[in-house]
Design a protein around this ligand. Structure first.
Ligand SMILES: [Zn+2]
Length: 288
């Protein structure tokens, strides 16, 4: 894994999210788990080489951030927001997270052997032991972990700020130089959460996807969100139908999709545009 600071490590070059860990003088803390089975097993071994795992923190409920928890059973307490707990590997008509995890196996030679049966997996996927709402601060040895509720990309989204290392793990509140997935999102909340991240005093921003960056990139991510929303709002103002919006509003040329998921480009564009159309055209509840 890539060393970001003397005690902070992250993996940004493998399919799935960017998992990371911090080494304290009283054990280690994992932030998000690798989606690919062999990578999850290897990461656990690597982290445990630095000290026992005290906590496994998830920044959101999407499969690429939580599926790997399965391979960290018995390694400390799993910590995540109530919004992650409530949506943990839930099957939706538009996406079956377990099948999506299975779909990635061709990118992971050896992963097939470690991949559980569906029933075996759901019997104990290693979800939250310590579940919270709002923010939570964990002190582990000589380090502080501020778990900041930063909803937007997903309702249970958090950022993990470690002041002693001057780093923040933002999860998918930041997609650096790759496509932004916003179909399960509240864009306005997301922009407010970017402001929360922007206020931190840090040198390194470890995004959910893409290379490690700095706080400057918050401005780019905000622009991406505003562009998406205003492009769809503009199309609605022109009277376009949902089908027209999905067909014509597209940011595919802007960035590639993160590693290994290039085949999802059309899916992302279609669901980003369609979900924004649905949210912007929904009839607000009447005041009474
Ligand atoms: Zn992600």
């Amino acid at each position: 894994m890539e060393q970001i600071t003397p005690r902070t490590f992250a993996e940004t070059k493998v399919r799935g999210c960017n998992p990371g860990f911090v080494v304290t003088n009283s054990g280690t803390v994992v932030i998000d788990t690798p989606q690919l089975p062999t990578k999850a097993v290897a990461m656990r071994r690597e982290v445990e080489g630095h000290g026992p795992i005290r906590y496994v923190i998830n920044t959101e409920h999407h499969v690429d951030h939580i599926f790997g928890n399965y391979y960290f059973k018995g390694a400390g307490q799993v910590v995540h927001h109530q919004g992650v707990y409530d949506n943990f590997m839930t099957v939706y008509p538009e996406l079956d997270p377990f099948e999506y995890a299975r779909e990635a196996l061709p990118d992971d030679p050896g992963g097939e052997l470690l991949f559980p049966e569906r029933e075996e997996y759901y019997a104990d996927p290693n979800k939250g032991h310590l579940v919270f709402t709002g923010d939570l601060t964990l002190r582990v040895g000589d380090h502080t972990f501020h778990l900041l509720h930063t909803p937007g990309h997903t309702p249970g989204q958090i950022a993990v700020h470690v002041p002693e290392e001057r780093v923040v793990f933002t999860g998918d509140t930041i997609f650096n130089d790759c496509q932004t997935w916003l179909m399960t999102s509240d864009v306005d909340q997301w922009i407010a959460s970017l402001d929360r991240v922007r206020a931190l005093d840090v040198d390194h921003v470890i995004p959910g996807h893409g290379p490690v960056t700095t706080l400057e990139y918050v401005n780019v991510q905000r622009a991406v969100l505003i562009e998406w929303k205003s492009a769809v709002a503009d199309a609605i103002a022109r009277g376009w139908t949902r089908d027209e919006v999905v067909a014509k509003v597209n940011f595919a040329d802007r960035y590639p999709v993160d590693i290994g998921q290039g085949y999802m480009m059309d899916y992302i564009q279609t669901l980003n545009a369609g979900s924004l159309f649905d949210k912007l055209t929904a009839v607000p509840a009447r005041a009474h």
